[in-house]
Design a protein around this ligand. Structure first.
Ligand SMILES: C[S@@+](CC[C@H](N)C(=O)[O-])C[C@H]1O[C@@H](n2cnc3c(N)ncnc32)[C@H](O)[C@@H]1O
Length: 266
């Protein structure tokens, strides 16, 4: 049994078996992509590696629990994950600012975030917590609401939600961190390592509730644990690199001060 709200410095594959079966509400898996020269990213067959993870995660998730698996566009190609988890969406995290250096092919400028659930229905999908602004102006929206085919469509009366819309499965509104980002923990944490908090926040808000348990087996510099702390979720995090664990713990302490400060202001 592992303690909660702790970042373990270890190889994920040695600790994962110690997690209780069907105890996890949400897994954020931002592990190796198999494309960089980082020693931990040298995976000979990333699809087989991901299938191995999926089989382990399926056992650890509660019924209806969610897994978000990060990778390159081919990260789950030609593997059969269906006996273990149900793929609900392939979210494209579009990064238009990525250098377009391709000469004989189209440059890849997105990461894939594969959204799986255990069983047939997600136990949590908090759409209202992750709505994004409607891109059409208010006047146009109101005009749409008077169009009979819109309001009497297949799904009954359609009313545009003033709080915003479903973010869909192509996310171009969240930028990858750059060398200049104030949020960047260390220069080497760029690109393959540190993810923007806003991105992880959307996943955590959508697929968990306050008090739920989130697993991050490849925690890097601790973005998911920090987001969980701020949003009142518990976590179990694992990261093998001691420098990253240290940076993650510092970030967690800062988040704790921030939360304590907010309570004090009250
Ligand atoms: C893409 S990064 C995660 C970044 C993280 N989401 C963040 O925002 O900081 C992947 C991390 O997985 C770690 N890692 C790779 N293989 C591992 C393993 N077998 N066990 C534990 N950590 C591992 C690497 O050291 C790296 O920090």
């Amino acid at each position: 049994m592992l303690e909660i709200d702790r970042i373990y410095q270890a190889d994920a594959f040695t600790l994962l078996p110690q997690i209780e079966s069907a105890s996890i509400d949400l897994i954020i898996c931002d592990g190796p992509y198999g494309v960089t020269t980082n020693p931990w990213d040298r995976i000979s067959n990333i699809q087989e590696f991901n299938l191995k993870l999926i089989t382990i995660f399926a056992e650890k998730l509660k019924e209806g629990g969610a897994l978000y698996l990060f990778g390159k566009p081919d990260c789950i190609d030609f593997i059969d994950y269906r006996p273990f988890l149900n793929l609900q969406a392939k979210i494209v995290w579009y990064q238009p600012s990525r250098l377009a250096q391709g000469r004989i092919n189209y440059t890849n400028n997105y990461d894939l975030i594969c959204y799986f659930i255990k069983g047939q229905r997600p136990k949590t999908f908090n759409l209202d917590a992750i709505r994004v602004p409607q891109l059409v102006e208010l006047e146009h929206r109101r005009r749409c609401e008077r169009v009979p085919s819109v309001i009497n469509g297949k799904y009954g009366k359609t009313k545009f939600n003033e709080e915003g819309k479903n973010p869909g499965d192509v996310w171009g509104d969240i930028k990858q961190l750059t060398y200049k980002s104030k949020k960047l923990v260390a220069r080497e944490a760029l690109n393959t390592i540190q993810k923007p908090e806003q991105l992880i926040e959307r996943l955590v808000k959508a697929s968990s509730n306050k008090g739920d348990l989130v697993l991050d087996p490849f925690a890097g510099v601790g973005t998911a644990p920090v987001v969980c702390k701020r949003l009142g979720r518990h976590f179990i995090a694992i990261e093998q690199d001691q420098k990253f664990v240290q940076a993650a713990n510092e970030r967690l302490r800062e988040a704790e001060y921030e939360i304590a400060g907010r309570l004090f202001d009250w």
